[in-house]
Design a protein around this ligand. Structure first.
Ligand code: ATP
Ligand code: MG
Length: 206
């Protein structure tokens, strides 16, 4: 007859396995003791870079900590986050600095001027102790177009106050920024409804 394990044996083995796993996890947690303002990057072709940034901002604001949120590339439509964030205006300073997508404006000089103004504001926020988190949304895009100098931006990011967290988003992050970052997440596009002819959806995409 087959040697069937009793439910008690199985529960005991499960407990033992979980105890071992917990010991490993506790040791890892005990080792991670340093505190530091992080340089974080959300990049890659998949959807979710800006929405994940918004989630992090919500989390920070939940502790009553101040957030600076600069959007370097503005879409030509109003977004849900623009309206929702007005409810957190005591904690989240939201600035939409871009002039619209480049392919809409087709005015390079104006786009460059907007990027420079946005970065000036970002740099001021990174030096201002009241900000716990600064989000530079789509700055990777303007860096990729060469509208801002990557060495200059990197120097500004590195010159932030030691406790300030900074998150940069956008496809095609510059290798120099990835190299310098503490946290890099590459968003992968597995499927996107746009490829199936489905238009951008309110509340999901904007
Ligand atoms: P989201 O703002 O939804 O988090 P994102 O920040 O990752 O997206 P962006 O590159 O900033 O993506 O593009 C913004 C817009 O393009 C959003 O409306 C988003 O739904 C759409 N988008 C994102 N990824 C894709 C994709 N792989 N194919 C088509 N459209 C996309
Ligand atoms: Mg985005």
């Amino acid at each position: 007859m087959a040697d069937l394990e009793s439910p008690d044996d199985e529960a005991a083995r499960h407990r033992e396995k979980m105890q071992k796993r917990k010991a490993v996890q506790d040791a890892r947690v005990a080792q991670a003791t340093r505190e530091k303002g992080l340089l974080m990057v959300h990049t890659g072709p998949g959807k979710g870079k800006t929405t994940a940034a918004l989630g992090m901002m919500l989390r920070t604001a939940g502790y009553g900590l101040r957030v600076g949120f600069i959007q370097f590339v503005k879409g030509n439509w109003a977004t849900g986050e623009q309206t929702a964030l007005t409810r957190f205006s005591d904690l989240i300073d939201h600035h939409v600095m871009g002039e619209g997508f480049t392919w809409d404006t087709q005015d390079k000089e104006r786009d460059i001027a907007a990027a420079v103004r946005a970065w000036e504001l970002g740099r001021r926020m990174l030096a201002d102790p009241q900000y716990h988190l600064v989000v530079l949304d789509e700055i990777n895009i303007v860096l990729r177009y060469g509208y801002l100098d990557v060495a200059e931006v990197l120097a500004g990011l590195n010159a932030r106050l030691p406790d300030t967290h900074v998150l940069v988003t956008g496809r095609n992050a510059k290798p120099e920024i990835i190299e310098a970052a503490d946290l890099v997440t590459e968003f992968q596009a597995v499927k996107h409804p746009f490829q199936a002819g489905i238009k951008a959806q309110r509340g999901i995409d904007f």
